[in-house]
Each structure stands twice: as C-alpha cells, then as structure tokens.
Design a protein around this ligand. Structure first.
Ligand SMILES: [Mn+2]
Length: 451
C-alpha cells in the first residue's frame, strides 16, 4: 500500500493541464480515524479494481499541519508501518482548480454532503459511502451507500470483501479493523455504536487475518493514543476533533474533548482561550462535548456551550436542552465562567452524531425566523456590554452589537412585496429592542415545538 500511496504523490506532481486528472476519495473535515482509513483503503481498492482513466487518490480533509493533533490516527499509521509523508492532505491538492479544468472526480467517504465552501465541487461527486444521516438528494448519476452502521470502515470492508477480496492484505486489514474496533467502542453493545454488520465484518477480518492484534488490546492502545492530550494547548484540543457548522449570522465549532469537563474547565485562563479561539477562527459559538471514562470504563459525557454573546449562548443551550424527546437528557452543572454554560449529558449513548442534527436544525430554525421577521431579531441585543465593564476578558469583536452597522441581507419576501428595510434600517432604541425581544420570547413560549 505504501508504494501505491507514494505513486499518488508522484501522480499529483505530474498532474498537468493535459493529464486526465484525479479521482479523489475524500473523507470528512473532522478527519478522524474512520475518515482517514476509509479514504486510504477505498482509494486503494479503486486503484486495483477499476480500469480507471483518472487515478484514484485518497486526500485527507485537513491541512498537513493539523495531522499531529489526530494522535490516534498517527499512532495507527505508525503501527501499520505507513509513513505520514506518503499521505496527501487537503492543502496539498487544489480540488477547485482541478474541477475547473474538468480533471476531478470525487468519491465521498464518511460524509455525504460537501460543506458550503466546497459546494462548487458537488457536480464532481460520483459516489458516496457513508454512515451518517443522509442529507443528500438522490441522483441517478451518483450511487449512494448510506447505512447507519458504527463505522464507515465497515461499509468499505464490505465493498472490498464482495468486489475484490484479494485487495485485502494484512496492512489494509489492520487499518480497517482498527477503525471498526475504535468506532464501535470495542464492539461493546452498551456503548450503543456497534451494529450486526460491524460485528460481521470485524469477525470476517479476524478470520482472514489471524495475526491482527487482539481486539481488547488494540482498542486500549488506540484509546490511549486518542486520549493522549498531554501537552496540547486549549486551541489544539479544540481543533483536535472539531466540526464546524454555520447558518445565517452564526458560525460555530463543535469539538470533542477527551477529558472530563471539570478538568477542562479547570485549565487556567480557559474562558480567555475560548474567546481567542473564536476570534482567531471567526466562530461566535463553541460547543465542547467532553468524553471521559469512569472507574468501570463506562463513557461519561458532558457538554459546555461557550459564547461571549449571552443571546447566542442561551439560544444554543436552550435548543440542546429542548431537543426532541429530550434525547440528550442534559442536566445543568456549575461553571466557573460567566460565558460558559455546562451540562452533564445523562444519555451517554448520544455522541456528536446525535448532537450535530440538533445544531443544524437550530441553525435552520433561526434562519427561518430571521427571514419571517425581516431579520430584525438578528440585531442582537448584547446585554453583556451594559453589565460588567470590568470584564477585560471580553473580546470586543465577538460582541454582537456592531452587527447593527451592517445591512442585513434582503429578506426573501421582498422579491414580491417590497422590503421592510427598503428605506434603510429602522432607528433602533433600547426600548424597541426590549419590546422586540420580549415579543419573540412570548412567541416562542407558544410554539408548538415546545409542547
Ligand atoms: Mn465515521
């Protein structure tokens, strides 16, 4: 496999305007072990099994500089005898440029929809293999394999086992097996990730490759590598396993943090770190999902919502607390910081895969409301600024009030009815804002979703 991966780098180097181009296999932006393994092994499978005009190459969907933060993935690579020098990262391949020259085919693994920054690449997508909630409209030109299994690597194993079992060797099997064992939490049913198909293909790999490391020991070593956050800065911890989502005026980061929330909150200057993180990466909100293990090795989840804006923080917290069927079962816990709301996640089965749809629904709902009301409530009331002048920790950039100086986007209904803001922004006085906010609050109280 290493020879194949090295040849991918050579193909990229020799890729000129006249060459046929690349068939890129791309994992998701979190670039966790599952995404890395699925991209590497599926591209390798394609390279063996297709008479392909465009060379299949795996691309890891993060800049190379971020790879050391994926401590479990780099550990697995070392254990499998692969060098990270032979990998290709997102900042080393100009996907948009290739696409413009009609030199790109794209297979998505471990995600099924491209983030908005990549939406132009959509018509290059020729296949999808994933285990997340299907968000993609079906199209006859793009076969989609989406099943709610514990690991995307299970679906890749299935494909290879069915179509080209000879492609599996010890090294490829070790990559796939590790990703499955890790995502399915050592195949423990109580962790709620493993499905019968995951077990079926884990056993298939064990039977064909008896020299694979023993399950429990493998899981423990991957776990140790993953939780090895010693020496990371808060920013690196937030970036380590992060997904970004945005909608309307909100851009937020959802980070999984591998320690207890108490330990995380005890880091010195944490609120300041979060504030700087938001400023540097242009987020208004951070949701930190911590995972730690109790003495019985059972997972324990907690969650924190940070924003320097009280409105954003409260809205997001409320959306998570009120998520349908109380699926997260959040119980508030105390937080040493005014800008951080902390919760215990009583449903320990709910991972980020459960939390993300709640957040995207929340963003969609906010956008819908903003359109309906001509965006007035987007002018956020920053009540912090009146309260505590001594808050030197506050990042002024993150306070919402300066949004008032910008024109909000034209509401949809202006296309037919004329725009309520055609004459510019209404004069906003504090009284008007208070009235507006209380009106919104009372509307929300009677919303059918709340009952
Ligand atoms: Mn996955």
């Amino acid at each position: 496999m290493e020879a194949y991966l090295r040849s991918c780098r050579d193909v990229l180097k020799g890729c000129s305007k006249n060459s046929p181009g690349l068939h890129v296999v791309l994992g998701n932006e979190a670039c966790d072990m599952d995404s890395m393994v699925s991209a590497l092994t599926f591209a390798y499978f394609l390279s063996k099994s297709l008479d392909c005009e465009k060379m299949p190459v795996p691309v890891l969907n993060i800049p190379r500089a971020e790879f050391p933060l994926r401590s479990d993935s780099s550990f697995l690579l070392r254990e499998s005898g692969l060098s990270q020098d032979c990998l290709l990262f997102r900042d080393e391949v100009d996907l948009h440029g290739l696409h413009k020259n009609k030199q790109l085919m794209l297979t998505l693994v471990d995600h099924n929809i491209l983030p908005s920054a990549d939406s132009e690449l959509e018509d290059a997508v020729v296949e999808v293999i994933d285990h997340h909630l299907l968000l993609r409209p079906t199209s006859p030109s793009c076969p989609v394999t989406v099943e709610p299994v514990g690991s995307c690597a299970t679906l890749v194993t299935e494909r290879i086992a069915q179509k080209a079992p000879e492609v599996l060797d010890q090294q490829v099997a070790q990559l796939l097996y590790s990703a499955i064992i890790r995502d399915c939490v050592n195949m423990a049913p109580e962790a709620g990730q493993v499905t019968p198909k995951d077990s079926q293909y884990a056993v298939y790999l064990e039977n064909r490759f008896p020299k694979l490391p023993q399950r429990g020991a493998l899981f423990q070593s991957l776990q140790n590598a993953k939780f090895d956050v010693s020496g990371l800065t808060t920013e690196q911890m937030l970036l380590k396993d992060m997904k970004a989502v945005s909608g309307g005026d909100l851009k937020l980061a959802v980070s999984v943090i591998y320690m207890s929330l108490e330990a995380f909150l005890q880091r010195r200057g944490l609120q300041q770190d979060l504030c700087e993180f938001c400023h540097n990466h242009k987020y208004n909100l951070v949701v930190c999902m911590t995972i730690s293990f109790n003495d019985n090795k059972e997972p324990f989840r907690q969650l924190a919502v940070y924003s320097s804006s009280t409105v954003y923080r409260e809205e997001m917290s409320r959306a998570l607390e009120k998520a349908k069927n109380n699926i997260l079962d959040l119980k508030p816990m105390s937080s040493p910081y005014p800008d951080v709301k902390a919760f215990i996640h009583c449903n320990t089965l709910a991972s980020r895969k459960t939390v993300m749809p709640i957040i995207t629904d929340f963003l969609k709902e906010r956008e819908k409301k903003a359109y309906q009301s001509g965006n007035i409530e987007d002018l956020e009331l920053d009540d912090d600024s009146n309260q505590d002048q001594s808050e030197s920790q506050q990042c002024p950039e993150d306070a919402g009030i300066e949004d008032d100086t910008q024109f909000p986007p034209t509401p949809m209904n202006s296309l037919v009815e004329g725009c309520p803001l055609d004459n510019g922004l209404p004069k906003i006085s504090p009284e008007v804002l208070v009235e507006k906010v209380s009106k919104i609050a009372s509307m929300e109280d009677t919303s059918p979703e709340d009952q």
